[in-house]
Design a protein around this ligand. Structure first.
Ligand code: SF4
Length: 313
């Protein structure tokens, strides 16, 4: 199957404006926040990450997952979700209702208490689904401002509270307390997309298929980071850092030469394949030698392990 729509995700740090997480998806931003934020957190090895994202990323589930993973979220809210938004005036929007977590009730702008039966309902929208509870009060019937609060003729005002409401409220509080920080979001992230798309002309992908496009954009972002690093450190500074760099890849436990090569030699002897296999053994020996001293050769070690399994199967 050929994927025809690609959505490039990128996380950029606010100190150096380097790409600290990137991948390509074929779904919209609304379901993308947690994955890219977690990639950035792990890439930076940060315990104290603040995630800034525009309203296209506002999704209660994604925000909650980020907070559960120890990230502070500052995501601009989307349009206020209100089941009666067409009949509701500004002073009676859902944000004017006060929620009381201890009693699980709301107080409306007229001071009346809205309660819930505790039943969870399911709402499915184009981009996700979530559970919510309904809150109502019988006082709406005689309320003098009912027409300002709800357009419903056959009932009173109904407030919906999503299963992610706590996380969304925390996020809103973070935004209100950090408005200057949120304002910097555009400067931090948009520059990179401007450079890649407008300056370098990557308005389309050369490859097809999600996996290949992921590779294509990983290369583009790597080049961006290299150019950016040269701007920060200069070419000499970058080369100096690279010379001293010891990649922190996972150490692999190497199979001993005898466990890998002995069964291989025996098997080859049995089939009279001494000559070509001697060549292979010398290559394997070389790789094993490199593996002993250089952790970059993890994939070759994997090959050694697979070879052993293959020849002893
Ligand atoms: S209509 Fe109901 S919820 Fe709205 S202000 Fe009146 S009593 Fe409160």
């Amino acid at each position: 199957m050929v994927e025809v729509s690609y959505n490039v995700q990128a996380a950029v740090d606010d100190k150096h404006n380097l790409v600290v997480g990137t991948h390509v998806i074929n779904r919209n931003d609304r379901n993308a926040l947690h994955e890219i934020a977690l990639e950035a957190k792990e890439g930076l090895d940060s315990e104290d990450l603040t995630v800034l994202a525009d309203k296209g990323y506002h999704n209660g589930r994604e925000i909650q997952q980020c907070q559960q993973d120890g990230m502070q979220t500052i995501v601009a809210p989307n349009e206020i979700v209100n089941s009666n938004k067409h009949g509701t005036t500004e002073d009676y929007l859902v944000t004017r209702f006060i929620y009381h977590p201890d009693t699980d009730t709301y107080t409306c702008p007229q001071g009346k208490t809205l309660t819930t039966t505790g039943k969870w309902h399911n709402k499915t929208r184009q981009w996700d689904s979530h559970l919510f509870k309904k809150y109502r009060t019988p006082d709406c019937k005689d309320c003098p401002v009912k027409q300002l609060c709800t357009g419903r003729k056959d009932g009173g005002r109904e407030i919906e509270r999503s299963e992610y409401a706590d996380a969304v409220e925390t996020n809103l509080k973070n935004l209100q307390e950090n408005k200057p920080l949120y304002k910097r979001r555009q400067m931090i992230i948009e520059h990179i997309f401007g450079t890649v798309k407008r300056k370098w002309g990557f308005n389309y992908t050369d490859l097809r298929g999600l996996e290949k496009v992921n590779g294509e954009f990983a290369l583009i972002m790597t080049v961006y980071n290299l150019k950016r690093t040269i701007n920060i450190l200069g070419m000499t500074g970058l080369m100096e850092k690279l010379r001293k760099w010891i990649p922190d890849y996972k150490k692999v436990s190497l199979p001993s030469k005898s466990t890998v090569l002995k069964p291989l030699k025996d098997l080859c002897k049995e089939f009279g394949l001494d000559r070509p296999v001697l060549k292979l053994i010398s290559v394997l020996n070389r790789i094993q030698g490199l593996s002993d001293t250089n952790r970059l050769y993890g994939s070759e070690t994997g090959f050694l392990q697979k070879s052993r399994l293959f020849f002893t199967a």
